[in-house]
Design a protein around this ligand. Structure first.
Ligand code: GLN
Length: 559
């Protein structure tokens, strides 16, 4: 019998509900249980694919091409399982299915209502994750108790306990216990209010996870227990942690997983946390450090690059190094070329993105890293801009660009494929999800991955243009990975450079804290070589100035 855990949040958003849920997933898995996870989002977009990263953070892509909430990234990183599109549903997608059924006449003339039709569909989405090989489904409800649009979700999970039986459901509520400066006290009132709100919807939490800046004392826990009618052992404290990956250990010490198992009558053994503890110890012991620049468009909202940051940190974990991220606004790169900001980097990542803004800065950053021996990893748009740099500045193809960014470019080195051009209204359809690539034997990427067939996730429309491929053949830019049918270029790398590697895919999405994505692991390795002087490429301000001037002159202003 599959058991269900429902995680709701109260008091404020961004409390780290996703991390609490993921940590529970890790702890249950460490007890030998088979766990899967899901996020139900009350917003109306059918999926986050169309949402601006400034608004919603990164879109996390699953193997099966689902464009999902970034919390799924936390789930995968913590429970170390690949999820699918079924692990994320929104109000929009739920209404879409119900409305489609209504149009088909499936409701036989009856009135279609939030209760029972929408709530039934929500329950169907939850049950969709139940399987023979799943012991526990953890379902996180997005938003905060008290939001108008969360009500059908609360009603659905309330009914769920009745449907599957009391001992098969555990309700967890994550709240905030703020510290009020002037009185010097931590306050439980917001938690009480939030639980009252939840109870008014018929849900009595079994466990309350109290987020706080500093640890809360036993007295306060007892108060929350008695006022919110939760067992004392069901009040667990998640005080701010130095690092995300420590949270499962903190919550375990608080008795979190033991309490959940008790509520669910799960008779699982003690968790084996040796591997996780070793990871956390390694992170804390890290003595080396590297500075990695992320050349992005959305740098004011780091959540827009959540998986890139995590993958880069995982690379650091592998080498026992702390990774300091320098957020560099792509539009500002050209102005920074003459300063030491870029030259001081030990490595850089040029991440993915859409639209023209900042792309010339990404090309300039690509050039700077190429000419100054700075390790550089390009992801999707990053690959595209590195290819543009090479085309313009090494091959002399003046005005080369991606057709997405300059439709009139004389050298569209990045373009839509022919079969995509038929659907140009929408700019072609996206290539989404996992695709296999074949790596050239003997190439850097084959060596890094340790094999020649790899699968990575994609989310893009434009590709390396096969029509202009002859310009690159036999040059130092090796087209080192291709789709099995050789139509698409998936990886490129520079031969005479410590690490100038790019992929059309998003390997950051598959990185795990104890198993860094290979390209990130090697980026950080190469950055450490630079930081620790094993591969010195000394900064020559005069040469850089000249390069900056030449770059500005050679770069056609595109629309
Ligand atoms: N905008 C580019 C494309 O559609 C790159 C997309 C990305 O970086 N995810 O091909």
């Amino acid at each position: 019998m599959t058991k269900h855990v429902f995680v709701t949040g109260g008091v404020a958003s961004s409390l780290g509900k996703g991390i609490s849920a993921s940590s529970l997933g890790r702890l249950l898995k460490a007890r030998g249980l088979r766990v899967t996870m899901q996020k139900l989002d009350p917003y109306i977009n059918v999926d986050p694919g169309t949402m601006n990263p400034f608004e919603h953070g990164e879109v996390f892509v699953t193997d099966d091409g689902g464009e999902t909430d970034l919390d799924l990234g936390h789930y995968e990183r913590f429970i170390d399982e690949n999820l699918s599109r079924a692990s994320n549903a929104t109000t929009g997608s739920i209404y879409s299915s119900v409305l489609a059924q209504e149009r088909r006449g499936d409701y036989l003339g009856r009135t279609v209502q939030v209760i029972p039709h929408i709530t039934d569909e929500i329950k169907r989405r939850i049950r969709a994750l139940v399987a023979e090989d799943v012991d526990v489904v953890i379902t996180e409800i997005g938003g905060t108790v008290g939001d108008i649009e969360i009500l059908p979700f609360l009603e659905a999970i309330r009914q769920f306990r009745l449907d599957v039986g009391r001992d098969n459901v555990c309700y967890i509520h994550v709240t905030l216990v703020p510290f009020i400066g002037p009185s010097g006290e931590q306050k439980t009132k917001p938690t009480q209010h939030s639980v009252t709100e939840l109870r008014s919807r018929g849900i009595q939490p079994d466990v309350i996870v109290c987020r706080s800046e500093s640890p809360i004392g036993e007295g306060l826990k007892r108060k929350i227990s008695s006022l919110c009618d939760v067992q004392p052992s069901g009040v667990v404290n998640a005080a701010d942690a130095g690092n995300l990956y420590e949270v499962p250990l903190i919550l375990h010490d608080e008795g979190f997983d033991a309490e959940v198992c008790q509520v669910l009558r799960l008779d699982a053994g003690e968790p084996d946390l040796t591997e996780w503890q070793a990871l956390v110890d390694k992170i804390e012991r890290a003595e080396r450090s590297v500075r990695i620049g992320i050349i992005g468009k959305y740098v004011s909202l780091p959540d827009a690059y959540l998986s890139v940051v995590e993958a880069t940190r995982h690379g650091g974990f592998h080498h026992g190094a702390r990774v300091e991220i320098d957020w560099i606004q792509a539009e500002e790169v050209e102005g920074l070329l003459a300063s030491s900001r870029l030259a001081d980097l030990d490595g850089m990542v040029i991440p993915g993105g859409f639209g023209e803004r900042g792309t010339e800065g990404k090309v300039a950053a690509a050039r700077f890293s190429r000419e100054n021996g700075i390790p550089c990893l390009g992801l999707c748009l990053g690959l595209q801009m590195m290819v543009v740099d090479y085309a313009r500045n090494v091959l002399g193809l003046a005005g080369a660009n991606s057709r997405e960014l300059d439709p009139a470019t004389p050298y569209p080195v990045i373009d839509l494929m022919d079969d995509q051009r038929d659907v140009t209204d929408k700019g072609g359809t996206m290539r989404l999800g996992a695709y296999v690539a074949e790596l050239q034997p003997g190439s850097k990427v084959a060596e890094i991955y340790g094999r020649t067939v790899v699968s990575e996730r994609h989310r893009h429309r434009y590709e390396f243009n096969p029509r202009l491929r002859h310009h690159f053949e036999g040059t130092t830019l090796r087209l080192s990975g291709e789709s099995p049918d050789h139509r698409l270029v998936e990886f490129v790398e520079l031969d005479d450079h410590p690490f100038w590697v790019a992929t059309q895919a998003h390997p950051e999405l598959k990185s795990r804290p104890n198993r860094a994505a290979p390209l990130f692991r090697e980026l950080v390795g190469a950055a450490l070589d630079r930081a620790e002087g094993r591969n010195p490429h000394l900064f020559d301000a005069d040469a850089v100035d000249a390069a900056a001037v030449a770059a500005a002159a050679a770069t056609p202003a595109s629309a």
